[in-house]
Design a protein around this ligand. Structure first.
Ligand code: HEM
Length: 477
């Protein structure tokens, strides 16, 4: 999953005026949809904010959780607002979220800013509905099924075993940056089936990072801006991928991973090179920042909750003991024998809710719970608000993995989304976290350096300063 909006603008006050201008421009482009007086009465409650700017500044100058919870208290589980010139309806009821994402999903299409679509590639799975989407989705899902991931466990383990000594020998590491290196390498291996040759790998890495910078910047297509540089890098990356694709086609060796699946299709199902390239880049994007942000929270929560840390350590020690007895690396079956660590990951996904909400757009006037959602309005199911509602998760601010001993109430837990666009990479992300935790917790200790409480948005919420830590091997302590 990719982030849609720029990070909250508190640290970027100088940009606020620019945002204001953009918002006004947006207003004139989109034109406020005038609704007849009687229709207006059936709209959900809520405020559309100031003329022209809506509630954009309110959302971006405070913690987004406060923005949502204030309005939820005042108006209930469905309320309207206007953000970046777009009228929208925000939803914090699991039942209504399910209608939007599952039962009536044909009435709500995914919607992303044009700039993001250009950057990832317009033929990537996220941007589509209908038969093209379901064809692609099946292919992507098939390469991330447990049966396919099983074969990657030892490759993922060797990435961990290469990274840990580097972290150990660094003075202080920025957890988020290092987790990003890890999740990037796992994503590349899953997508290409093997590590690329060094030269190819470096080229792809450089261009990808350039695109990433531009993706999270203001979409100003002017010389020298990160956005402009990223668009150039995107073109070059396309060429690089096409070369890799061509080489594999020529050799008749499709290779493994998602690329292998996409190249090995029967003639009638074949995708064009640009469809393949857009989806390869899209999947790397979706897999990378998300998993790294969750892993950063995981280390923070473990550090803040020593009892939980001890319980995870005990569970992992047992697995380690079994491994050493039989002189082997970690296996898929080992990862199925980690109930406590799995609950800790589930609770981390709930508590951190790094994807606070998603966007859809009503393709026609839709009536939900007696309210009208007019065609063209954005609809935002608020995952975080649902995950932090005390009716479903008592004492929601407490980090309590044991709550997952019992399955959550249906439709209240959606860290990987729900319905046709739900995440195909959830199993990979979980296995990736389990393998890292296994080796980190059984051989190392870490301490957080400095006192940087608070949250930073890059663009997902992560602990301030990316959680600087010092890692030591246990035998050395
Ligand atoms: C902990 C890490 C991750 C989280 C929290 C996460 C979360 C999500 C969520 C919430 C969605 C649904 C978005 C929506 O409905 O608009 C999604 C979609 C997606 N995710 Fe993930 N994801 C993670 C890791 C991954 C990984 C490792 C992959 C790699 C395969 C991946 C690939 C995708 C793709 C391709 C989609 C789009 C699916 C579609 O549009 O049909 N994600 N993700």
């Amino acid at each position: 999953m990719m982030s849609l909006l720029p990070p909250p603008l508190l640290p970027f006050l100088p940009f606020l005026s620019l945002l204001l201008l953009l918002t006004i421009a947006c207003y004139f482009i989109h034109q406020r949809r005038g609704l007849p007086e009687n229709e207006n009465r059936r709209l959900p409650p809520g405020s559309m904010g100031w003329p022209y700017i809506g509630e954009t500044l309110s959302l971006y100058t405070q913690n987004p959780n406060n923005f949502f919870s204030k309005r939820q208290k005042r108006y209930g589980n469905i309320f309207k607002s206007e953000i970046l010139g777009c009228p929208c309806v925000m939803i914090s009821s699991p039942e209504v979220a399910k209608s939007v994402l599952v039962t009536q999903s044909h009435l709500f299409k995914p919607t992303y800013p044009k700039s993001k679509e250009m950057m990832i590639g317009p033929e990537a799975v996220f941007f589509h509905q209908g038969s093209y989407h379901s064809h692609l989705k099946k292919l992507i899902q098939s390469s991330f099924l447990p049966s396919a991931i099983k074969a990657s466990v030892s490759k993922i383990e060797s990435i961990v075993l290469d990274l840990l000594p580097v972290w150990e020998h660094s003075k202080v590491i920025n957890t988020l940056h290092e987790m990003k290196k890890y999740s990037y390498q796992v994503a590349i291996t899953s997508v290409f089936g093997k590590m690329l040759e060094l030269e190819e790998m470096e080229g792809v890495k450089h261009l990808y990072h350039c695109i990433e910078k531009g993706y999270n910047s203001m979409p100003l297509n002017l010389p020298g801006t990160p956005f402009k540089k990223a668009m150039k890098a995107r073109k070059l990356l396309n060429e690089k991928l096409r070369n890799i694709i061509e080489k594999r086609r020529e050799n008749g060796e499709h290779g493994g991973g998602l690329l292998g699946v996409l190249l090995g299709l029967k003639e009638e199902d074949q995708l064009t090179d640009s469809q393949i390239a857009d989806n390869i880049i899209g999947v790397i994007f979706a897999a990378h920042d998300t998993t790294a942000s969750v892993l950063t929270w995981l280390l923070k929560y473990l550090q803040d909750n020593p009892n939980v840390l001890d319980a995870v350590k005990m569970e992992q020690e047992e697995i380690r003991y079994m491994r050493l007895e039989t002189n082997r690396g970690i296996t898929w079956d080992d990862t199925r024998r980690m109930p406590i660590t799995t609950q800790v990951i589930q609770e981390t996904l709930r508590a951190a809710s790094i994807i606070s909400f998603t966007f859809r757009e009503a393709v026609e006037d839709v009536e939900i719970e007696g309210y009208l959602i007019p065609r063209g309005w954005k609809v935002l199911p608020l995952f975080r608000a649902i995950h932090h509602c005390s009716d479903f998760f008592p004492n929601p601010d407490k980090f309590d993995p044991s709550r997952f001993k019992i399955a959550p109430r249906a439709d209240t837990y959606m860290p990987f989304g729900k319905g046709v666009h739900s995440c195909p990479g959830s199993e990979l992300a979980k296995v990736e976290m389990l393998i890292l935790i296994h080796h980190l917790i059984t051989s190392y200790k870490w301490e957080v350096i400095g006192n940087h409480n608070g949250i930073q948005y890059v663009p997902f919420p992560v602990p301030k300063k990316g959680l600087p830590i010092k890692i030591r091997r246990i035998s050395e302590i």
